[in-house]
Design a protein around this ligand. Structure first.
Ligand code: NAP
Length: 526
């Protein structure tokens, strides 16, 4: 299990390029062993062409065969053992415990997709039987189901080196749908990318999958990623990362001769509203939980609560004092890489320099070691929030802004002014919630997940999850990148009209040989 630093292209390893880079330990800024070879454009093209060739075979694999592949990937990731945990922790500065739980989540989502494939009803089969006696014209036989799109390009984020990376949710959902993948390895955790690629290759071999079903190319410059996006045989993109990266890829894909769907999951500030009675009754508890949520993983979660709306009442000052005290006691934590740390510092400086609109209430402990970031708590007014767009922008890291409203009208106006976010949260008693149904109605139009009395960090991988939301949280609000519904990003519907039985896919045959749930003449049945 020795790292080679090479690219994984359709079952072979390759290092034709001259450009190299190294993994960096963000805890002390030291270089890690192994030199990584950035893929050449020829290597990227080879990966995409092989993925396209593999699609002809992989798209016909049964649900059971694909399920076995996904389960085997999960098992092979576990078989990497401590080597994976140690390398991943060294490359990201995230503690081993966090990596172990992220590995469990990564394996869990692969296995969850496997159960969906074995059950089979996800294809959303619909059958309208013929009406031969219909007047004035008879109706033909129509049968509908979801089918995979083709080879998919995947870009993972630095903050989830396993769960949103090489074998993360995007890869799991694309492979589940029947699409081969070409993954752009993240330069912030290249060794982790290689180890997981080894596991996927082993699983592909063991479960008899075509070689081009999986490739991973390294790159520390945008050219590698762009070559994937622009390749004519790539038919969709799954991206998790910054707004800048997500939009660059979205725009490039739309300007292709053949535009393709891009699912960019980008930044979000996840507004939290603490309603009056909840503030009065649970001030201490909420102040502590808020601090924990903002500083968890050095604040590097896309669901980090970056805006906290509060009413300017007699309980406000006490809450702010409690929260400030918790922030001040927080240790500085390693951020994922130099770029993220310096973007965070610039964001803090920008907020702190706008003294007329923003007040720094508290700063956590600091450290000059590696790329460590300190917690920051700011305060502004709803009046400023409504006027100034920069107050709604994500500052990726352990910071949050309290937004103080002088009236309920100001609170509602702030919510109305908001752009799209992944989540919005309300803390409230039953009474509070009944008094703020108008706020809930506004927020329903702004986010993908609406939460009551829980903080938004922690995204459950389940059937009912939505990890998405209106722009600019994502480039496509009609989807989710977490949970089993993520599979539909990489499929399209097809209708078979008047087909003879023997030419129909198993899912649509009249006797329902797979026993799946189908909508037959308007009625759901197996
Ligand atoms: P990133 O810098 O955008 O990088 C993500 C990937 O995209 C990398 O492989 C990167 O490669 C590539 N990339 C970036 N810009 C590109 C461009 N212009 N052309 C081609 N490829 C490009 O993001 P990150 O630092 O990994 O993650 C931090 C951000 O992700 C935060 O803003 C966070 O909120 C967001 N995030 C969102 C979610 C979500 O679900 N919405 C989840 C996690 C994180 P190179 O480095 O080689 O350019």
């Amino acid at each position: 299990m020795k790292l080679t630093g090479k690219n994984y292209i359709a079952g072979t390893i390759s290092s034709e390029g001259k450009t190299t880079f190294k993994g960096i330990n963000p805890s002390d800024a030291s270089e890690l062993p192994t030199t990584f070879y950035e893929a050449t454009i020829d290597e990227v093209n080879e990966a995409a062409s092989k993925a396209h060739e593999a699609f002809a075979i992989y798209r016909k694999k049964s649900g059971k065969e694909k399920a076995l592949f996904l389960d085997t990937i999960a098992n092979e990731i576990l078989n990497l053992g401590d080597v994976l945990i140690e390398r991943c922790s060294a490359e990201t500065g995230l503690p081993a415990g966090r990596i172990v739980s992220e590995r469990a989540r990564t394996m869990g989502q692969l296995k969850l997709f496997a159960t969906v494939l074995r059950e089979g009803s996800w294809v959303n089969a619909r059958i309208d039987t013929p009406l031969l006696d219909r007047e004035p014209l008879p109706r033909s036989d129509f049968r509908y189901m979801q089918k995979p799109l083709g080879a998919v390009g995947i870009f993972g984020a630095s903050n989830f080196p396993l769960a949103f990376s090489v074998a993360g949710g995007d890869t799991a959902s694309a492979l589940a749908s029947g699409c081969p993948v070409v993954v752009k390895g993240h330069p912030s955790h290249p060794g982790t990318c290689e180890l997981v690629s080894m596991a996927i290759n082993k699983a592909a071999e063991k479960s008899n999958m075509p070689k081009g079903v999986f490739s991973m190319v390294h790159g520390a410059s945008v050219e590698v990623g762009m070559a994937i996006v622009m390749h004519p045989q790539i038919k969709a993109i799954g991206f998790t990362g910054s707004t800048r990266g997500g939009m660059a890829i979205f725009n490039a894909a739309n300007n292709r001769k053949e535009p393709i769907p891009v699912y960019s999951e980008m930044g979000s500030t996840n507004p939290v509203f603490i309603l009056p009675e909840a503030l009065k009754e649970r001030s201490e508890e909420i102040a502590k939980e808020l601090t924990d949520s903002v500083t968890l993983g050095a604040g590097q979660f896309c669901t980090n609560p970056g805006l906290v709306f509060l009413n300017n009442d007699e309980n406000l000052q006490n809450f702010q004092k409690q929260t400030a005290k918790h922030f001040e006691e927080t240790e500085a934590k390693a951020m994922l890489n130099k770029g993220i740390k310096s973007a965070f510092d610039n964001g803090i400086e920008h907020l702190a320099s706008n003294k007329l609109e923003v007040k720094l209430l508290a700063k956590g402990k600091s450290s000059i070691e590696g790329f460590k970031g300190s917690a920051h708590l700011f305060e502004t007014t709803a009046k400023s929030f409504i006027l100034r767009d920069y107050l709604e922008e994500e500052n990726f890291g352990p910071s949050t802004i309290s937004v103080i409203a002088d009236s309920k009208e100001e609170l509602l106006a702030s919510a109305k002014k908001m752009k799209g976010h992944l989540t919005a949260t309300l803390f409230g008693t039953e009474n509070d919630l009944n008094n703020y149904t108008d706020l809930i109605e506004i927020l329903e139009q702004k986010v993908g997940r609406l939460i009551i009395n829980n903080f938004p960090t922690g995204v459950e991988v389940c059937h009912a999850m939505v990890h998405g939301g209106p722009f600019p949280a994502t480039s496509n609000s009609r989807s989710t990148s977490v949970g089993t519904a993520a599979i539909y990003r990489f499929t399209r519907p097809i209708c078979y009209q008047n087909f003879p039985e023997h030419l129909l896919p198993e899912e649509l045959k009249t006797e329902n040989p797979l026993g799946i749930m189908r909508l037959v003449d308007g009625e759901y049945k197996r």
